[in-house]
Design a binder for this molecule. Structure first.
Ligand SMILES: Nc1nc2c(c(=O)[nH]1)N[C@H]1C(S)=C(S)[C@@H](COP(=O)(O)O)O[C@H]1N2
Ligand SMILES: [Mo]
Length: 498
């Protein structure tokens, strides 16, 4: 071991063992109290919106991996510094390491739903980290007196065993808990019509008419996949209501169930982007659930809260205007996958997910925008954000090299807030807009597949597509970024033929 690296390595080992133990303890009690995950979430929450936008654009769905990596690099550097400081005087090192693990504990404590007991994993980890650094420093001092290095080696080895076995235990516990409750969903009392066969078999590479659960995009602020059980799940309806109501999962399942085909869209989706998916949702009408509590007259905001205190706001007038907003338990014929909000989430047709689609739902509060601000509202995002009509070209791919002759251009289009998709038009090289063929109609809240046969001549070409909404209006060509109310503009790509 090179001498200069010895002390920084002490710092890193101490911090790593502490965090591994803390994470394992959290995995045994409640994984959301893990300082490791909480630091990640805190970084997500504190990252300014433009930086978040940039990360999602640049790293796509790998943004979480990039975030975890950056936090690890920073933690390694800081703990190495603590080790270096401990070389001069153990107290200095302990102070820096203490600040580091203390910051992790703060991240746990400031979670919206935090309770004092949640600090147990962090404090355990802190004691272990500080103890480990002390042990290593003592061993080093003893070695120097004796003129060897056995003590340090043994201490480092022992601590590594503790760290690795804690990390393994943490993983194992999480894995065991991954076994999700299996629930028997009732049949819908108001089922959706049979979804017509889409163009999946007719148009190669077109996006499937229905998105399989495993292919459904996932966007949320969490680093873990929350593990909620149905037995202790409850939904509280409170705020400006005649009476506060608490529903258990069984209560919800006994209510009339509707089933609807709805295309969910993320406000962070850029033009032509992947954060949109279409599924068949099963659940109770939101208005039926609210009626149990009796909505008062002061509320203009429906504030929904997830199991960890994360909040999403929905304009109450829109959520209750007769559209089929759901307190949802099923997705494509099965219970909600954990990634998509098990056991219960909201789904509201026509509104971007960030103001409507609360996963891991536990509370519905009738309140006003003046009284309470939801998570994304505080970060400057819009409170009223209907999904913008849009067409996406899925085939051919941008920058594809194609053979001359017939090329089938195809994709999907959606206009959930504008009466559905009545048409799609395609434009080649800035020429006239031509009507594309539409796939079958899955309802106004659903997307529509489309295709257009194009006789491609040699050269470089620009392809563009636009949606025509239910009122016969073409989607806007005006470009907008996702922040604060959703991207707009025409999806356009370049191909080479020859
Ligand atoms: N609890 C919780 N619910 C959430 C979010 C979140 O971060 N936390 N993200 C929302 C956003 S921005 C979108 S677009 C949808 C995405 O749902 P999906 O991951 O099932 O596709 O969930 C919404 N519900
Ligand atoms: Mo979103």
């Amino acid at each position: 071991m090179a001498h200069r690296l010895l002390w920084p390595i002490f710092g890193v080992i101490a911090a790593a063992v502490g965090m591994a133990v803390a994470h394992a303890v959290a995995a045994a009690v409640d994984i959301s109290t893990s300082p490791v995950l909480s630091v990640g979430s805190a970084v997500i929450d504190l990252t300014p919106t433009p930086a978040k936008e940039w990360a999602i654009r640049t790293f796509g769905t790998k943004d979480k991996a990039v975030l975890v990596g950056s936090v690890l690099v920073a933690a390694t550097l800081l703990s190495a510094t603590a080790g270096l400081a401990a070389r001069r005087r153990l107290r200095y090192g302990l102070a820096i390491l203490g600040a580091l693990v203390g910051a992790a504990a703060v991240a746990v404590a400031v979670r919206p739903a935090a309770a004092p007991a949640d600090l147990v994993p962090s404090l355990t980890g802190a004691v272990v980290a500080l103890g480990a650094l002390t042990v290593l420093a003592r061993a080093r001092a003893a070695d120097q007196r004796a003129g060897g290095r056995r003590g340090v080696l043994i201490a480092a080895l022992a601590l590594s065993v503790v760290g690795v076995s804690s990390a393994g235990t943490g993983r194992l516990l999480t894995r065991l808990r991954l076994r999700q409750d299996q629930v028997d969903l009732p049949a819908a009392t108001d089922p959706a019509p049979v979804l017509p066969r889409g163009l999946d078999d007719q148009v190669p590479d077109v996006t499937p008419f229905r998105t399989a659960n495993r292919d459904f995009y996932r966007v949320d602020t969490r680093l873990d996949v929350p593990i909620l059980g149905v037995d202790d799940w409850t939904l509280t309806i409170d705020g400006d209501v005649e009476r506060t109501v608490v529903l258990r999962f069984d209560d919800l399942l006994r209510m009339p169930m509707i089933e609807r085909d709805i295309t969910l869209t993320c406000v962070s989706n850029s033009v032509g982007g992947p954060y949109v998916g279409a599924a068949r949702w099963l659940g109770v009408r939101l208005t039926d659930v609210l009626a149990l509590a009796g909505v008062g007259s002061r509320a203009d905001q429906l504030l929904s809260t997830d199991f960890d205190g994360m909040t999403i706001s929905t304009p109450l007038a829109l959520a209750t205007d007769g559209r089929d907003a759901l307190v949802c338990v099923g997705m494509n014929g099965v219970q909600l996958p954990r990634e998509h909000g098990f056991p219960v989430r909201m789904v509201v047709p026509g509104l971007y997910g960030f103001i409507s689609a609360t996963k891991w739902l536990t509370r519905l509060t009738l309140t006003s925008y003046a009284e309470q601000e939801a998570y994304w509202t505080r970060r400057g995002w819009a409170t009223d954000a209907p999904i913008k009509a849009s067409a996406r070209i899925d085939t051919p791919r941008g920058l594809a090299r194609l053979d001359p002759g017939e090329v089938v251009i195809g994709g999907v289009a959606w206009a959930q807030a504008d009466g559905g998709v009545a048409g799609v038009q395609v434009r080649v090289d800035g020429g006239p807009w031509q009507d594309a063929h539409l796939g079958p109609d899955g309802g106004n809240a659903y997307w529509r597949q489309w295709f257009h046969r194009w006789d491609a001549g040699p050269g470089s070409h620009t392809l563009a597509a636009r949606a025509i909404d239910g009122a016969g209006r073409p989607q806007t060509a005006v470009r907008a970024e996702p922040f604060p109310a959703g991207a707009s503009g025409i999806h356009q790509l370049f191909v080479d033929v020859g």
